[in-house]
Design a protein around this ligand. Structure first.
Ligand SMILES: Cc1cc2nc3c(=O)[nH]c(=O)nc-3n(C[C@H](O)[C@H](O)[C@H](O)COP(=O)(O)OP(=O)(O)OC[C@H]3O[C@@H](n4cnc5c(N)ncnc54)[C@H](O)[C@@H]3O)c2cc1C
Length: 333
């Protein structure tokens, strides 16, 4: 038998768990489907130093664990289930997992984004121990160190420039012989004495040690023209090869950007969509509304710009309040 609920939250990263705390405290008894990556991206990191309220920093998995406990304390039903099928054409919405079918009056989508990785066997073993996909988050750990950053687009150019605030040296590794980045960003890289481009090169292996603690100490790279391999000694490896939003399960039921990120009313406003757009008529106050009424989205599945734990938590809060107000307005009418 299908289970009828007021709100389903999809995702258990910072956005989903914050939405769960707020909807639970509003007595909406949310069901949180944690998905295959329970806890989301922060489970891949060690110390988080920029989440407010933790002057000494907090381990990513501990922060998530605390958020989950906080949501459960107010009655959120957190479940290790993944939404395999979502039908937004019906009311209530139908969400299917391998264990259960949920009939939900409203839906908060916080399915996040997945940073693209190189796909080499050794990289995941050092993720959070010297391999990272977030320069903004982890750059400050590499003061006076030598790091390498892989990528060739605008993000790679921007992040390698950012890293020079801390690192002594930044190798910018790209498989082609020039950047895809815009001219202004590429010029900025070229004029930065701390950045050394390493063209026509791919990373083949991440090297590291367990002593005195687990960390990266080098990479094996290959020249794509000659096939020659060599070792580079580095302290950290940053990946800036893009992100993929986790939106496949929604098919074409929701409006997205070209890259597949969910569009919300707030994102439309931010992108400068004119105020007479039908989006604005439909949702005068709800920044986190998607193109389907009653479906709200938050965190990295919407965000192509900030991608931080605190911004994900912030929009998770906004989605929960929007959802609560929307449910209330239906009750009143
Ligand atoms: C290595 C690393 C280090 C980082 N360090 C920091 C840092 O120090 N400070 C900082 O502010 N930010 C940091 N970030 C960024 C931060 O982790 C993200 O911005 C944040 O996790 C985004 O939260 P989210 O809830 O939107 O999505 P995510 O954390 O991506 O969570 C998505 C959730 O959705 C679930 N899901 C996906 N599909 C489905 C489905 N079909 N059904 C149900 N559930 C689904 C997943 O299981 C997961 O639980 C780091 C990121 C990485 C990768």
């Amino acid at each position: 038998m299908a289970r009828r609920v007021k709100v389903v939250v999809l995702g258990s990263g910072c956005a989903g768990l914050t939405a769960a705390i707020y909807t639970a405290r509003a007595n909406l008894e949310p069901v949180v489907l944690e998905g295959r990556e329970s806890g989301g991206q922060l489970m891949w990191t060690t110390m988080v130093e920029n989440f407010p309220g933790f002057p000494e920093g907090v381990l990513g998995p501990d922060l998530i664990d605390n958020m989950r406990k906080q949501a459960q304390r107010f009655g959120a039903d957190t479940r290790f289930e993944h939404a395999d099928k979502v039908d937004l054409s019906k009311r209530p919405f139908v969400i299917e997992t391998s264990d259960e079918t949920y009939l939900a009056d409203s839906l908060i989508i916080a399915t996040g984004a997945t940073a693209k990785t190189l796909g080499i066997p050794t990289e995941m073993g050092y993720m959070g121990y010297g391999v990272t996909t977030c320069a903004t988050c982890d750059g400050a750990f590499y003061k006076d160190k030598t790091v390498a950053l892989v990528g060739g687009g605008d993000s790679a150019a921007e992040e390698s420039t950012f890293l020079t605030r801390f690192a002594r040296k930044v190798y910018l590794i790209h498989r082609r012989d020039k950047l895809r980045a815009s001219k202004i960003m590429a010029d900025r890289v070229a004029s930065n004495a701390k950045i050394e481009p390493v063209w026509n090169t791919t990373v083949e292996e991440v090297l590291g040690t367990e002593e005195p603690h687990k960390h990266v100490n080098g990479i094996m790279v290959k020249d794509v023209n000659t096939g020659e391999t060599r070792k580079m000694e580095i302290d950290g490896l940053f990946l800036a090869i893009g992100h993929a939003p986790n939106t496949k399960v929604f098919g074409d039921q929701l409006e997205t950007t070209e890259a597949g990120y969910l569009l919300t009313r707030g994102a439309m406003a931010w992108k400068g969509v004119p105020a007479d757009s039908t989006w604005f008529d439909r949702y005068p106050n709800f920044a986190t509304s998607t193109s389907v009424e009653g479906v709200f989205a938050c965190g990295d599945v919407v965000d192509t710009h900030y991608r931080q734990a605190i911004t994900a938590a912030g929009t998770g809060c906004a989605a929960a309040i929007d959802c609560e107000k929307w449910l209330e307005s239906r009750h009143e009418s």
